[in-house]
Write a protein that binds this ligand. Structure first.
Ligand code: GLA
Length: 382
C-alpha cells in the first residue's frame, strides 16, 4: 500500500514539474536585469525578449543594442548568433557598432556636407574625410529611454520600444529628432525592427541596425562559407573612402552578383576594383523589389548548423558588410577575439550619401511628417 501511495505521489510530482517546465518554455515574456553602470552612475538595463519557442533576444538601452540573439540549428539547438561584448564597458569603447542602432544617418556622407533649402550643413567627420554612422557620438553611444515592454502570451511575442531624442545641432544635424525603435520577437522566430521618427525642423534621417551575424554560433569561425543571396541586379559603386559615385552598376558577371546564393568567400578576394577599394564586401545593393511595401531581399545559410536567416525590409538598399575591418583586436563575448570576417551585417537603408544625390530616394524628413521603417530578420534551420 505504502509503495503504491509513494508511486502515485512521485507520479504527481513528475507531472507537475513537467507541466511547469513546459509552461516556462511556452511563455512569451520580457525579463529586465541590470547590465551595468556608466561612469556617471546611470544604470543600463538588459531586456530579454522570449517568444516561448526557445528563442531569446537581449537588448540594452545603451545604443538600443542587441547584445545576444539565439537561433535554432537543424537539431533544434539554440545558440547565440551575434557578435557582442560581455559587459557595458565593451559597448562604451566599441568602434565597430556591434548590434547597435546607427544614426542619424547610417553609412557615409561625403565630406560630411549636405544642403537643405540652399543652406549647407557640416557634420562631424569621423571616417577619413567623411561622416559615418551619425558621427563621433552617434545613436549607438546614447542612452535610450525604454518607453514600453510587452509580452503577448497568446501571440507568443515579446517586444520593447526605446526612444532617443536627438537635439537640434547634434553632430551638426539640424532639428530635434524623436526616434522610437521597436524590437519585436515573434512566435515565428522573427526579429522585427520598426522605426518611427518626427522632427521639429527639416532634417535628414536614415537609421539602420548593425548586428554582426555568425550563424555558426562559433565566433572563432569566419562567415566565408555562409551562402548569401541578395535579390539585387545592381549595386551603388564607390570611390576611395567608400563614397558612392551616384551610378548603379549591373552585377552580372561580377563578384557582386548574389542573385543565386553563393558562398561569401567564393570571390571576396577577387581581383576586382570595387572589392579592392573596400577590402572585401562593404557595398550597397539596389534591391529589386523596393517598390513593394515589405519584401524579402536576402538570405544567409550556414551549411554546418543548417541555420537560415531571411531578411525583409521596406527600404530601397542594403549595405552588405562582411566584417573586413575586424582584425582580432576586439575581445568579444566569452573572451573570443573577433578576427577578420567573423561576422556579417545586412543593414537595410537608403542608398549611401543620398543627401548629395538628388535623383535617389530622399532622406529628408520634414516637420509634420513621420519617418518609418520596418526590417525583419527571420531565423529557421534546414
Ligand atoms: C559599415 C560600414 C563599414 C564599417 C562598418 C563598421 O558597415 O559600411 O565600412 O564602417 O560599418 O566598422
Amino acid at each position: 500500500m505504502k509503495s503504491v501511495i509513494l508511486f502515485c505521489l512521485t507520479a504527481v510530482v513528475i507531472l507537475i514539474t513537467a507541466s511547469c517546465q513546459s509552461n516556462l518554455k511556452g511563455k512569451a515574456m520580457v525579463e529586465k536585469k541590470l547590465f551595468g553602470k556608466l561612469s556617471d552612475g546611470s544604470e543600463i538595463n538588459a531586456y530579454t525578449l522570449k517568444n516561448g519557442n526557445g528563442m531569446e533576444i537581449k537588448i540594452i538601452n545603451y545604443g538600443a543594442t542587441v547584445v545576444s540573439l539565439t537561433a535554432p540549428d537543424k537539431n533544434g539547438k539554440y545558440a547565440d548568433v551575434v557578435l557582442g561584448y560581455d559587459n557595458l564597458e565593451g559597448y562604451v569603447t566599441d568602434k565597430s557598432y556591434l548590434g547597435a542602432i546607427v544614426g542619424r544617418y547610417g553609412n557615409r556622407i561625403g565630406k560630411g556636407k549636405f544642403k537643405l533649402d540652399g543652406k549647407e550643413y557640416n557634420l562631424s567627420i569621423n571616417d577619413g574625410e567623411n561622416h559615418l554612422h551619425g558621427g563621433t557620438e552617434g545613436f549607438n553611444k546614447k542612452v535610450w529611454n525604454v518607453v514600453k515592454t510587452e509580452a503577448d502570451e497568446t501571440a507568443g511575442s515579446a517586444s520593447i520600444s526605446l526612444k532617443y531624442i536627438s537635439k537640434d545641432g547634434e553632430e551638426g544635424y539640424p532639428g530635434t529628432v524623436e526616434l522610437t525603435v521597436n524590437y519585436t520577437l515573434t512566435k515565428d522566430n522573427e526579429l522585427s525592427i520598426n522605426y518611427s521618427a518626427t522632427t521639429d525642423k527639416k532634417t535628414i534621417l536614415n537609421p539602420t541596425h548593425h548586428s554582426y551575424f555568425n550563424l555558426s554560433g562559433d565566433m572563432t569561425k569566419t562567415i566565408l562559407d555562409n551562402e548569401l543571396m541578395i535579390d539585387a541586379n545592381k549595386v551603388t559603386p564607390v570611390v576611395k573612402g567608400l563614397i558612392t559615385t551616384g551610378e548603379f552598376a549591373d552585377v552580372t558577371n561580377t563578384p557582386m552578383d548574389f542573385r543565386n546564393a553563393k558562398k561569401i568567400g567564393k570571390e571576396v578576394d577577387a581581383d576586382y576594383e570595387q572589392l579592392k577599394l573596400a577590402g572585401g564586401y562593404d557595398h550597397n545593393w539596389v534591391l529589386n523589389k523596393h517598390q513593394e511595401k515589405i519584401f524579402k531581399f536576402a538570405s544567409v545559410y550556414e551549411p554546418v548548423s543548417g541555420r537560415l536567416m531571411e531578411v525583409s525590409t521596406d527600404q530601397p538598399g542594403v549595405q552588405f558588410y562582411c566584417g573586413n575591418f575586424l582584425d582580432g583586436s576586439i575581445t568579444g563575448k566569452n573572451g573570443v577575439k573577433y578576427a577578420k570576417r567573423t561576422g556579417l551585417c545586412l543593414e537595410a537603408q537608403l542608398y549611401p550619401d543620398s543627401p548629395n544625390k538628388p535623383e535617389w530616394q530622399s532622406p529628408v524628413l520634414e516637420p509634420g511628417k513621420v519617418y518609418s521603417q520596418t526590417t525583419i530578420y527571420k531565423f529557421s534551420a534546414k
